[in-house]
Every structure is written in structure tokens, then in C-alpha cells.
Design a protein around this ligand. Sequence first.
Ligand code: FE
Ligand code: FE
Ligand code: ZN
Length: 298
Amino acid sequence: MIIGSHVSFGKEQIYNATKEAISYGANTFMIYTGAPQNTVRSEINIEYLNKAKELMKENNIDINNVIAHAPYIINLANKSKIESWYFSINFLKKEIKRCEVLGIKYIVLHPGSHVSHTKEEGIQNIIDALNLVISDNDKCMILLETMAGKGSEVGSNILELKEIIEGLKIKNIGICLDTCHLNDSGIDIANFDNYLEEFDKIIGIDKIKCVHVNDSKNAISSHKDRHENIGYGTIGFTNLINVINNPKLKDIPKILETPYVSSKDKDKDMPPYKLEIEMIRNNKFNPNLKEDLIKLYK
Ligand code: FE
Ligand code: FE
Ligand code: ZN
């Protein structure tokens, strides 16, 4: 099982991220190469990178399973402010270069929101943008994430993702499934095998390179995108475990993006990942997550 969570790219960059992942008992992790909400990026520090690589080796973390995520403000679907669209394209190119320096093979990208355009125009804008971003010799592959369909988000069904891929000159691209987003977009995770079969027919299962494992706070088809802790939401523990253990996705990294659990002291919200990874490895739901986290982080 290749499992980890979103971790922070702190002061010591990927070295921080690696230490955090190890503290959760993870064997992979996902990072934003800076703050997810903005495009302020510090230069990659090679000393921290080398320390991280050593630590990964000692702890059986394969860099090939480590995932990056592009910042939310990149929006390739909206061309109404042309300078913002070009900014997104150039920033994404730079993010790919940063990933290449770090040795990271995959970067997850939200396809984008079409805003004032029609959905068809939004899809075409994404295709045009990706055709400017992707080149033959990229060592880091973009993974389009399946979206909940909140607002004007593109990518909340298989056909839209297929249309984007079909428009690309260079098909060096993959997909990242997100269980919360799938649920909120209308997919019943209890019938995940049916979804995978359909996905395989339309896009091809080999395109799936990462799975975000999240429960959802909302009902199927809600188009909300609010993540919940594993087993505490509307998808439920058993359905999520079945996704994680699905033999067709065996060697694909699974990444938790579940919410921190709040404690009385507001700025001391607790990361749930160590105990969620334990639940998943033991295949046993923990109904006392919050209490156990308080004990763990007291
Ligand atoms: Fe995402
Ligand atoms: Fe996600
Ligand atoms: Zn989400």
C-alpha cells in the first residue's frame, strides 16, 4: 500500500515535508511547492533536497510516488483576462520545472473554472493552455484532477476530461481521482468498480496516477467539495477502504487531504493523518479519532 497525506513544504522545504510524512507513518506524500493560495515561491535549496533524499531512502519513500499539487489560483479555463490566463500558463511551466529539480514525477492540477465562458469554451481554453505548457521532454507529468463540479468547474465528469486529453498535441498527461469530488459530482463510491470500468472504456485506467482519498461532508451530487475525515462522512469507511485496496489501483499512490481536527485551542488544530493511516492499514474504523488525537498531540 502506497499511502500518505498532504504535508507542508516548510522552511526546509521538501526536507520538512519528508519529516512530516514519516511522523505519520506514511510511505509517500503530497506537497504544494509553496502556499497553495498564492504564487510566492522560494528557490529550491539543494542542501535540504539532498537531506530529504537521504531521509526518504532510509524510510523507504520512493520519490516516484511523491506528488505535487499546483496552486488553486492557476485557472487555465478562463481567458476573459488574457494576462491572467498567460500568467497561469507561465506559472504552471515554472512549477513543472521546480518539480523536475525536486525529482517529483507528477503534479496535480485542477482543470479550471470557465466563469463567464461556456463550458465548451472553457474546455477549449484548457486545451490551448496545456498545449503551450506541455512539452515532449517534461520529466514531470500533469495529472488532471476529477472535480466536484462546484461553481463553473470543468472536469467533473469523465467525458470532459477525455475531451481535454483528446485536444492535446502531446498526450503526456494523467488523471488524479479524488473520492470526495467523485461523490459530490454524482459518482456512487459504493459502486466504484463500475466507475473504474467506465473510466477504462472512455479514458483508459492506465492514465490514473494518483488517488486523493477523502470522505465527503455532503451527499452524492451535492457539487460542494468539502472534505471529511476517513469514515466520518457520507462515503464511509468501507467504501473508501475498497477504493484504497482496489487491485486495479494497487501501485497507485493514495493521498489523504482530510481536514485537521479542531481542538479547543483554535490555532492548534490537529493533523488526523497518523491515525487515519493507522485505520487504513489495520482496516479498522476508529470511532474515537478526535479523543485519540488529543491524547497524541497533548
Ligand atoms: Fe486538488
Ligand atoms: Fe483532491
Ligand atoms: Zn477538494
